[in-house]
Design a protein around this ligand. Structure first.
Ligand SMILES: Cc1cc2nc3c(=O)[nH]c(=O)nc-3n(C[C@H](O)[C@H](O)[C@H](O)COP(=O)(O)OP(=O)(O)OC[C@H]3O[C@@H](n4cnc5c(N)ncnc54)[C@H](O)[C@@H]3O)c2cc1C
Length: 471
């Protein structure tokens, strides 16, 4: 059943066996799964069925350095489905090494290992609509998937790992009917959890204070509370709940909000392939179940251990969009349409060149001169992305010059100084907004740069082409 929190009588106390805060993919998955136990589940979602300005305003906050991290209301959404209402849908399991205590990485090591999460991956893949749990390119399709760089057998990297892509499934839209149909699950929309009330000795949560959008305020009691409000709002709620424990709930060791991780990702260089153009396959393959899959170049675990590096992957991409010297109409069309692209994606696509009138003109000329490919590309985007239920995951354009951008995505080492705290401004419920202070470290840079030089060495050794560094 799905209800509006504004219909709850002011001052009411609602009881549930389990109360889940946050209707993102974590909260929805938990509600649907726990429903099978017969317990009464209450799922509180701050937003509505779809994103809206009022809910988005609650995501506002401060950023210590905007050149490092986007403002928190620019790329997050509050609605049923959480960030899956805007996510890219890329699905990849962790590697076993990611969980291990690695002497060369301070604060590394989880209290759980890969074997603890592995049994859940197949079900997670199904929920994400990312096909079967098979991430080896040799096994994910009959006869294997096409090689990324034909004839390339690198010494330090694995090229058989793949990423699988969800539709991308919006968990809110996809699982709303199922949540409605479950008798023992009650979803309250526009229900913002604002404070956990702890027992006097701080040993347990007695109740949760919740606000609707129209002055309605009520409490929830539950045998168990689950905080699934996302990586920023969960620590914010814990830190804001300071009535009994002045540093916030569960924060006796000053760890809540620390070790905040974001993406260490970007374009690091370009690969000029010396062989024929069809030696490279940087696009997608279809698995038999219809899932789009893509190979990537991953730094092997034994190499990470031997050289004291973190985990890192590389992908080949089209040239940088903002620079019109690529002379590729479809890429220039994307540059010209940047206002139609959501903030986070537009920022990544076009941030490398200042958009002066001269640059706009050159992109306009590219699109006009290369009109046939541009029109063909726009048709593909409308058919395979805009209108398709399972969307073509990204822009794949074969550059005329055989020169590809090299994108990286690296692990970030746990850093206690990268943290979420409470800022000075307050939201409409009187709670302090988040403050984000994100940093990368020398080790993060070392992982990316050393991996790049290793890849360059492997590529040179096999005469595949020339990899150049782009700052
Ligand atoms: C632009 C973008 C692209 C992404 N692309 C990918 C990708 O390709 N692959 C990938 O694996 N991941 C991707 N992610 C990350 C992925 O979407 C998140 O890891 C995932 O959604 C986290 O799920 P969650 O349920 O923990 O939190 P969220 O999705 O953040 O959901 C939390 C929910 O809690 C609600 N909430 C917050 N505060 C409260 C409160 N106080 N009371 C009640 N409810 C509250 C929110 O409204 C939200 O619905 C992307 C994220 C973004 C923003």
């Amino acid at each position: 059943m799905i209800q509006d929190a504004n219909d709850i009588v002011r001052g009411a106390v609602i009881h549930a066996d389990v109360c889940i805060v946050g209707g993102g993919p974590a909260g929805i998955t938990l509600a649907i799964t726990l429903a099978q136990s017969g317990r009464n589940i209450l799922l509180l979602e701050s937003g509505d069925l779809v994103p809206g300005e009022d809910a988005r305003a609650l995501n506002a906050g401060e950023v210590a350095d905007e050149t490092l991290h986007s403002p928190p209301d620019k790329y997050r959404e509050r609605c049923l489905g959480g960030a899956t209402s805007i996510w890219g849908g890329r699905c990849v399991p962790f590697d076993p090494i990611d969980f291990e205590t690695r002497p060369w990485i301070d604060h590394s090591g989880w209290p759980i290992g890969y074997d603890d999460v592995e049994p859940y991956y197949a079900a997670a893949n199904i929920l994400c609509e990312a096909g079967e749990f098979e991430y080896d390119a040799r096994l994910a399709a009959p006869g294997g998937m096409r090689p990324l760089l034909r004839g390339f057998t690198p010494e330090h990297f694995d090229t058989n790992g793949i990423e699988r892509f969800s539709c991308p499934t919006n968990f809110g839209r996809r699982y709303e009917p199922r949540l409605r149909a479950l008798n023992n699950v009650r979803v309250l929309l526009r229900a913002t959890a604002i404070r956990l009330r702890a027992a006097g000795d701080g040993s347990r949560i007695e109740s949760l204070e919740v606000c609707g959008t129209r002055e309605s305020r009520f409490s929830v009691t539950a045998d168990q509370f689950v905080l699934a409000a996302g990586g920023m709002e969960t620590p914010r709620l814990m830190l804001s709940s300071d009535d009994v424990q002045p540093n916030g709930i569960g924060n006796a060791h000053d760890l809540v909000g620390r070790y905040y991780m974001c993406h260490v990702a970007g374009t690091i260089g370009s690969l000029h392939v010396s062989g024929p153009a069809d030696q490279v396959w940087h696009g997608y393959d279809l698995a038999p179940d219809g899932t789009y899959c893509r190979r990537r170049i991953s730094l092997r675990a034994d190499v990470q251990a031997r050289l004291g590096l973190g985990n890192a992957v590389f992908r080949l991409h089209h040239p940088r969009i903002g620079d019109p010297s690529h002379r590729t109409g479809p890429l220039s069309a994307i540059f010209l349409a940047q206002k139609l692209i959501s903030y986070e994606y537009a920022k990544r696509l076009v941030s490398d060149v200042p958009p002066t009138p001269g640059i706009w003109l050159r992109h306009g000329l590219n699109a006009a001169i290369d009109a046939i490919s541009t029109i063909r590309f726009l048709g593909h985007m409308v058919r395979d992305r805009l209108l398709a239920e399972r969307k073509f995951p990204s822009i794949i354009i074969r550059p005329r010059t055989n020169r590809f951008s090299l994108d990286f995505h690296a692990e970030q080492v746990p850093n206690p100084d990268s943290r979420i705290t409470l800022g000075s401004s307050k939201d409409r419920f009187g709670n302090r907004q988040v403050r984000i202070d994100w940093h990368y470290t020398r080790k993060d840079i070392e992982t990316v740069s050393q991996s790049f030089y290793l890849l360059r060495r492997d590529i040179r050794k096999q005469a595949i082409g020339e990899l150049t560094f782009a700052s």
